[in-house]
Design a protein around this ligand. Structure first.
Ligand code: ACO
Length: 419
């Protein structure tokens, strides 16, 4: 029997969601509280939930679900502020009794085929473990700073920050979904994965009791300029103390700001709660305004890790969807063993910010695997750096720099919510 034989892919009907969730709990190591079920249902893009079901008794009980995944149908901001139809892969898990039989590989192929059929030119994901996805052509498209900011960290003053007001409220899907989605849709940072109103129904409001571990229910900070929302952040606190000293923490999840002043007002608020000594960030871009505004950058304990993994599914459509910042004419040879339609030579002609991408038989200037092109797509990694790392081959001197200069983004890419 071949590795992945004895299973078949299926769409998961609502009545089988508990089986889907059972595999998720086995794969992600956890036991959910019964009261949290609806929260998970609301966070799942149910109409795009997929699974592998056992069809051969030598694999397990026939018709049991052995592996699952789902994806968010969305748009992602690309360099220049345009948007590209994107599939956000998530909920990927294989029951431990069925692992290392190629089920993940089979599900990723299923995901690629279905995303392409829907016209989604790019797939993105957050990785639980970083070494897994390069083999499928995903490249590390953006990085994030995980920072611990001490209470009251001083910042360089930004005009107008003091004039803004802040509302602090318990996050509520009914009350805040449109407000948050409206602000997020205005972000122009490449890598922003739009979580539209109602998408995955309420993924950004997910708040299972079993995950709180002493933390508050998620709260929302909303910065306003004369009543108009200009920044938001999901946050929650945890009161702690030892030997009579209060050293509580504040955790910040999705956040976004429309202006430098709004960003400053937001972070002043998030880093100055009574009884809270440390604010921990997620989803902070490597050039987030906060990092430039802090007077003592070394006073922030931080670590840079991978944020979004990016995979071009349709090379010409994806490349033509974004803006470029330097004219060039480069022939790129791409290797892609999972999506053969991408493999081969592409002429990338950039003029006035737009690319035209077409098939060619001309000799290549650069050769690379799809994961390296994908890694550079959002403009956070230089192709020339990958040549220097020995991962991309340059056949025509100077062409890596030309394409790198065209593709690099003036601001670092980032996805501001973890799907
Ligand atoms: C996008 C997201 O949802 S991220 C969340 C991913 N899910 C998890 O981390 C949950 C826990 N883990 C699991 O459910 C599973 O072990 C998975 C999904 C990571 C892997 O599923 P499997 O069906 O065992 O993977 P599969 O058999 O297709 O492996 C394909 C290749 O990836 C490799 N691989 C699988 N898991 C890992 C890993 N954790 N680290 C490194 N390599 C891995 C395999 O060794 C195999 O390599 P090969 O092609 O050289 O033989």
């Amino acid at each position: 029997m071949k590795k992945a034989e004895g299973y078949r892919p299926i769409s998961v009907a609502e009545e089988r969601l508990d089986e889907f969730f059972d595999v998720v709990q086995w794969a992600f190591v956890g036991e959910w509280l019964r009261e949290d079920r609806q929260d998970y249902v609301d966070a799942l893009p149910v109409e795009r939930a997929r699974a592998l079901e056992v069809t051969d008794a030598r694999r397990g009980r026939v018709s049991e679900i052995a592996a699952v995944h789902a994806s968010f149908g969305t748009e992602m901001v690309v360099p220049g502020g345009r948007k590209v139809p994107t599939a956000g892969l998530s909920w990927l898990g294989v029951h431990p009794a069925h692992r290392r039989r190629g089920l993940m590989t089979r599900m990723i192929h299923d995901h690629f085929e279905r995303s392409l059929a829907r016209g989604e030119a790019v797939s993105v994901l957050y990785a639980m473990e970083a070494p897994i996805y390069a083999r499928f052509g995903y490249g590390m498209g953006s990085q994030t700073v995980k920072a611990e900011i001490p209470r009251g960290a001083r910042m360089w003053a930004v005009d107008g920050a003091d004039d803004l007001t802040v509302r602090l409220e318990r996050a509520s899907f009914d009350e805040h979904d449109e407000l948050v989605a409206g602000l997020q849709a205005r972000l122009d940072r490449p890598g922003t994965v739009i979580n539209a109103v109602g998408s995955g129904r309420n993924a950004r409001f997910t708040d299972p009791v079993g995950n709180r571990r002493g933390m508050e229910k998620w709260r929302l900070a909303i910065v306003e300029d004369a009543g108009d929302p200009v920044a938001y952040a999901f946050f929650r606190r945890h009161a702690r103390s030892s030997v009579g000293i209060h050293d509580g923490v504040c955790q910040v999840r999705e956040h976004g700001s429309m202006s430098p002043a709004a960003s400053q007002r937001l972070w002043q608020t998030l880093t100055d709660f009574d009884l809270v000594e440390t604010t921990m960030t997620e989803n902070l871009a490597t050039d987030d305004p906060l990092l430039h505004q802090l007077r003592d950058p070394r006073g922030v304990r931080s670590k840079v890790i991978d944020n979004l993994w990016v995979r071009l599914l349709d090379v010409p459509t994806a490349l033509e969807a974004r803006e470029y910042f330097h004219d060039c004419d480069v022939v790129v040879e791409v290797a892609d063993k999972h999506v053969p339609a991408n493999a081969g030579r592409w002429r990338v002609r950039v003029a006035g910010g737009d690319a035209q991408v077409s098939r060619t038989d001309d000799a290549p200037d650069l050769s690379m695997d799809i994961r390296h092109l994908s890694q550079c797509y959002l403009g956070g990694t230089s192709l020339e750096a990958l040549v220097r790392a020995g991962l991309v081959r340059e056949h025509t001197p100077g062409q890596a720099r030309d394409l790198a200069t065209a593709m690099l983004s003036p601001v670092a890419p980032l996805a501001n919510w973890d799907f």
